[in-house]
Design a protein around this ligand. Sequence first.
Ligand code: URA
Ligand code: CA
Length: 444
Amino acid sequence: MRAYDLILKKRNGNQLSKEEINFLVINYVNGNIPDYQMAAMNMAIFFKGLDKDETLNLTLAMMESGDTVSLKEIPGIKVDKHSTGGVGDTTTLVLAPLVAAAGVPVAKMSGRGLGHTGGTLDKFESIPGFSTDLTIEEMVEAVTNSGVAVVGQTGNLVPADKKLYALRDVTATVDSLPLIASSIMSKKLASGADALVLDVKTGDGAFLKDLDAAVELAKTMVEIGQGAGRETVAVITDMDQPLGKAIGNALEIEEAILTLKGEGPKDLEELCLFLGSHMLYLAKAVNSQEEGQKVLMELLNDGSGLKKLKELIEVQKGNSKVVDDLSLLPRAINQVSVKSTLRGYIHKIKAESIGVGAMKLGAGRETKESVIDLAVGIILEKKVGDFVEIGEEIAIIHTNDDEGSLKVKEAYDLILESYIIEEAPLGKPKLIKGFVNKNGFRPY
Ligand code: URA
Ligand code: CA
């Protein structure tokens, strides 16, 4: 078999066999196929696509390129959740303890933030002492004993994706649907869960801005999951504004704690209950999604979710007193009020620019090597649908720099530009846009 012939075959729009895809992935990872040939293959895939079988086979080949995690020692059906990347997406912080409180084991492998999106590991590490650096054995033990753990990726999971993603990033082939789907799903399958709930974002702050593309991605990922023998569903959700009010690491921990006390932003609570209820359903802990919603609501109201968060923090060596005393979280020195220059209704809050604003303040990484400031970020005081007067506060910048510094000025301007304010009134936007399971797409 020769890489050249496979590139030609795909360029001409023909289907690659399982053996051919395995050949490509194995030999690319071990260095026998050079970057220039794989780059050409990626571009051929970008234009000609991959069918259902090819996409599944690529995902499985990528998954098998490195270590895979086994969660078999943990009793019960393990359900994972994955978001395609939002801004201010605080759901994992709420969901992991809440779902665990319902008796469903959650072994969460998370990543760090890059660019305009934040990372769950960074957020948890803003709790003093909290360690995400557990071995697989330690994670399995923590989940077996207390039902939940949130850890960084350990071992050599999906090296094919690391290499392929870096190549796609510099060859304009990131936004190919089968390549995105196989990249995400290979990592999810390798991390060992039995079932998956995917949160596919659509809108300004998302990878795929339009709804049709998000639905296609969701369908492709659900098909891969089913094909790999893992029950998978996807929820399509709105990213035409950041989720909740807080963007920033310690600020989002505070938001998660408030949400587990029933005092959080309603959009964040709604999404947590919806995603969580599907997790409970896939874990067979409830007989319907509606029942799952009810169970989680009770666990939120009676404080069980919050108690589980405390336990999670203690097991991972953090100071669990933060749950009762938010002042123990890192806090920025200065708060700068952002005031509207327009009068009217908020139609959109460009999530990507808000994310970039938070990054400029130091909450996110410009490059993988950047050092972040866990205390800083942005609180959105007004959201889509709200009315504002000229001079009214729309957001608060939390910063360790002077109010007059360039950083703060840049963030201030980005926030102002992100708020799209118009005269016409607008109702509250719909957060959950649709649902995909093995039977297809159902709009909401
Ligand atoms: N996230 C991933 O992990 N991979 C992609 O290709 C796109 C988003
Ligand atoms: Ca948030």
